[in-house]
Design a protein around this ligand. Structure first.
Ligand SMILES: C[S@@+](CC[C@H](N)C(=O)[O-])C[C@H]1O[C@@H](n2cnc3c(N)ncnc32)[C@H](O)[C@@H]1O
Length: 374
């Protein structure tokens, strides 16, 4: 399913942050770092061909171009108070960010548990240009993984290190290792994705791995699914500034909402659903398999505990219609260590649990129904 550039390239909804036990941390553990916010856009392709490197990223906060919704009340100077949308209570496309309270007992975790989310925008602290420069020792790996899109990857790295830091989506201490821990790791996943595939990235945050995959693989069409307004605002701007509006769209809402659609937007599905640092495998399977076409696959970037997760959650995955989870290493001989992914094929479509039909008496009438009472 290729995003139609003539239509709103970007959906949207409200949101939060998922549970991340230590085993869920991105493959290379990170300091608390990413987070996010806001809204929706339709726009012409930025100047230049898709994928062309924009002239330069503004280091000033970028106004939300083409927004059709009021801006999030969570401004850069306020601590992020966004929470997930109460399940099913908001339209993921048109939800107002400030209606999204953190429901007690929801499946989301406290943002303090997130591995890559400062939660609080960092005022005016910007990395020195050298901080985001591709380290010479990683240059060859970056060339292999990004090919002629390397400059575009560099532009995204700079965007993360500037706007991403200023908006509290990425911790300042993360910038010197953006390439190693984030961009290259995510790009390595691309080798598991078939040519021309449609991809949904669940819980994109600041665009990892979804935006990186779109940069590394221009043959893919990518939908970034992210419930938090501040993060989707960043994603939307990044997509526009990187010139990726023809191949990337942003859905603001939870994976569960994306899978069922809304009155205005059809349910989403894709050949491949990716996720990094979003949830444990059982929860990921519950969220991501419904977004996967039959025979398609979930590819989750995981850390050192991937094998244990498979052992722990394999049965739950099977109940959700997934095949045997497989562990793969990506970027062998390119990055050190290689990235670890868990893959699950959607083998069976498991529908939502149906309510039992009321029992009928032999005469075909409902037990306890009016006829009986008469
Ligand atoms: C720790 S962050 C990881 C972000 C990014 N994938 C990365 O690796 O940097 C987890 C992200 O998942 C999002 N999230 C949590 N629950 C979600 C759900 N049910 N559907 C979609 N996204 C979800 C959060 O809003 C958050 O942005």
């Amino acid at each position: 399913m290729r995003p139609d550039p003539t239509v709103d390239p970007i959906f949207s909804a409200g949101g939060d942050a998922a549970a991340l036990p230590p085993s869920e941390l991105p493959p290379t553990p990170v300091d608390p770092t990413f987070s996010g916010e806001a809204e929706d856009a339709v726009g012409p392709e930025p100047a230049g061909a898709p994928g062309a490197v924009p002239p330069a990223f503004s280091t000033e906060p970028v106004p939300l171009a083409f927004s059709t919704e009021p801006e999030s009340p969570v401004g850069p100077d306020e601590p992020a108070t966004e929470g997930p949308a109460p399940a099913g209570s908001v339209d993921p496309v048109f939800a107002e960010p400030d209606t999204l309270a953190d429901p007690a007992g929801s499946s989301f975790v406290d943002s303090a548990d997130l591995p890559v989310d400062t939660g609080t925008p960092v005022p005016a602290e910007r990395p020195a240009p050298a901080d985001v420069t591709l380290p010479p020792e990683l240059a060859e790996a970056a060339r292999v993984l990004f090919g002629d899109r390397l400059e575009l990857a560099a532009a995204y790295a700079e965007l993360l290190a500037t706007e991403g830091v200023v908006r509290g989506l990425i911790g300042p201490r993360e910038t010197p290792r953006l390439w190693e821990r984030h961009l290259l790791n995510c790009a390595a996943m691309a080798e598991r994705i078939p040519e021309g595939a449609s991809v949904i990235d669940v819980g994109s945050g600041a665009g990892l791995p979804g935006l990186v995959l779109a940069i590394a693989r221009p043959d893919l069409t990518v939908t970034l699914v992210e419930p938090l307004a501040r993060r989707t605002a960043f994603l939307i701007e990044a997509v526009e500034q990187l010139g990726l509006t023809r191949m990337v769209r942003v859905f603001r809402g939870r994976a569960e909402e994306a899978a069922v659609g809304t009155r205005d937007k059809p349910a989403l599905s894709a050949d491949v659903v990716t996720a990094r640092a979003v949830a444990a495998l059982d929860k990921l399977a519950a969220w991501c398999l419904p977004l996967t076409v039959g025979g398609g696959r979930l590819i989750a970037l995981k850390g050192a505990s991937a094998a244990e997760e498979i052992a722990e959650h394999g049965a739950a995955v099977a109940r959700l219609g997934g095949g045997e989870p497989e562990l793969h290493r990506c970027g062998v001989d390119v990055i050190d260590p290689p990235a670890t992914v868990i893959e699950v094929v959607r083998e069976r479509v498991i529908g939502p649990a149906r309510k039992k039909a009321p029992k009928r008496s032999r005469g075909g009438r409902r037990r306890g129904g009016r006829d009986r009472e008469r």
